[in-house]
Design a protein around this ligand. Structure first.
Ligand SMILES: [Fe+2]
Length: 244
């Protein structure tokens, strides 16, 4: 057990109402995702099942044990959104950020700032996949280099890549469009909305994605679909070599 994580999470402070909100969110969303989410997401959610379950709010130290055994990733507890440079630096160290607070029952359908359900149910399972874990590590290294160098425009381009893939991307599996991004995975309404648009997706082209602004305050009105995660990592490397 990691004592720092235990202290930072204060697991015993959660109320039974918070655990039951968690249970509701998990059960409802897992059912909602069947047949719509990528196999990558559903498989890794199952692989996390000894630490990330519907029963209780997850213990961060337990999730770290599962993740680090599989792909060497870890989690860092943060109070909320952090500056991009810190976020990139942590990713470059194979650390993903999670909050530990859980939304209230009256916020199950919409929440402005990411809570623990978004950060863990949405983001953590794919980090059990070697290709995605590798992409995220490289993304962090590239972002850390560019932000340390004050390359604000390139940092914005990376944020767009993150938004349209890691948060709201589709991926193609065996010819079929499947939901992938954490912003979709963790949202009941966005799952249904995105799924309804599955026949009308934009092909994921790194340059186009990096030139496309996004809004954080509305449901998405278009989505990109990616064919191949290792190819995206290669494309990111080529872009970095050209730009840096
Ligand atoms: Fe997120």
């Amino acid at each position: 057990m990691d004592n720092d994580l235990e202290k930072a999470q204060d697991f015993n402070s959660y109320t039974s109402a918070q655990h039951s909100t968690w249970n509701f969110l998990y059960e409802r969303q897992k059912a909602n995702l069947q047949g719509k989410a990528s196999r990558l997401n559903l498989r890794t959610l199952d692989e996390m099942s000894s630490s990330l379950t519907s029963k209780t709010i997850p213990n961060v130290a337990d999730m770290v044990n599962q993740l680090s055994d599989k792909t060497g990733w870890s989690l860092e507890i943060v109070p909320g959104l952090i500056p991009p440079s810190d976020f990139f630096r942590l990713l470059s160290q194979k650390k993903f950020c999670t909050s530990t607070w859980v939304r209230r029952q009256d916020q199950v359908d919409y929440i402005e700032e990411p809570d623990m359900f978004h950060d863990t149910f949405g983001h953590v399972p794919p980090l059990m996949d070697c290709d995605f874990a590798s992409f995220m590590h490289r993304f962090g290294e590239v972002g850390a280099a560019l932000s340390a160098d004050g390359r604000d425009h390139q940092v914005t381009m990376l944020q767009r890549l993150y938004w349209f893939f890691v948060e709201f991307g589709f991926i193609r599996e065996e010819g079929e469009a499947k939901l992938f991004g954490a912003g979709i995975m963790s949202s009941f309404g966005e799952t249904k909305h995105a799924w309804d648009l599955r026949d009308n997706l934009k092909v994921f082209d790194l340059e186009e994605v990096m030139a496309t602004p996004f809004r954080t305050d509305v449901i998405q009105d278009f989505y990109f679909i990616l064919n191949d995660i290792p190819q995206l990592e290669q494309d990111l490397n080529s872009w970095f070599e050209k730009t840096y």
